[in-house]
Design a protein around this ligand. Structure first.
Ligand SMILES: CC(C)(COP(=O)(O)OP(=O)(O)OC[C@H]1O[C@@H](n2cnc3c(N)ncnc32)[C@H](O)[C@@H]1OP(=O)(O)O)[C@@H](O)C(=O)NCCC(=O)NCCS
Length: 151
């Protein structure tokens, strides 16, 4: 099943909003995506300050990754619609995010997850991320970009 990843365009925005309207469950990761429709729109508009990648499967928008670059490192957030999980969509988005980060000259990407989010933890660890810190509620996972080997 081919997965294509590209930067979000203005034309994709409504498809992205629809994906999140039907996303289950809302507030899946660190309270995101927001449960309230208007707050979701505001959140997505705010993410447009960064680099937004979207993944398509069979012509359907299946996943989204936002990369929010800081001066040297970038925070990422990744969400895959429940109908397309466990098919490599997040992995494909992450590979492209690493390329974007490399091209931007960033040294690392990081993500904050709920400590209870075993699916994300497993995927991040498989991809090469390592925990920078973790407490009972949250964990930060970091991937040094220049050393990244995404297979
Ligand atoms: C976490 C999430 C992004 C994974 O997306 P995905 O497209 O299903 O991930 P992939 O198919 O690329 O899976 C990559 C690896 O992650 C791990 N993984 C993914 N889902 C898993 C699950 N439910 N249980 C255990 N491991 C899981 C596996 O190691 C998997 O590799 P494998 O399928 O070869 O075993 C998706 O479940 C999601 O959107 N969850 C809600 C939002 C979220 O938690 N985002 C992460 C923080 S921003």
């Amino acid at each position: 099943m081919p997965i294509s990843v590209r930067r979000l365009t203005g034309q994709d925005q409504s498809l992205l909003e629809q994906m999140y309207d039907h996303f289950v469950p809302h507030k899946a990761a660190m309270g995101l995506p927001p449960g309230d429709r208007e707050k979701r729109r505001e959140w997505l508009a705010d993410l447009r300050k960064g680099v937004n990648l979207v993944a398509f499967v069979d012509g359907q928008l299946a996943g989204h990754l936002a990369l929010m670059p800081g001066p040297d490192i970038a925070e990422i957030a990744c969400f895959v619609h429940q109908d397309f999980r466990r098919r490599g969509v997040a992995t494909a988005l992450m590979r492209q995010a690493v390329k974007e980060a490399e091209e931007a000259g960033l040294s690392a990407i990081w993500v904050l997850i709920d400590s209870s989010n075993d699916a994300a933890r497993q995927g991040l660890r498989n991809f090469g991320f390592r925990a920078a810190w973790e407490d009972l509620r949250e964990a930060q996972y970091v991937l040094p970009v220049l050393k990244a080997v995404a297979t």
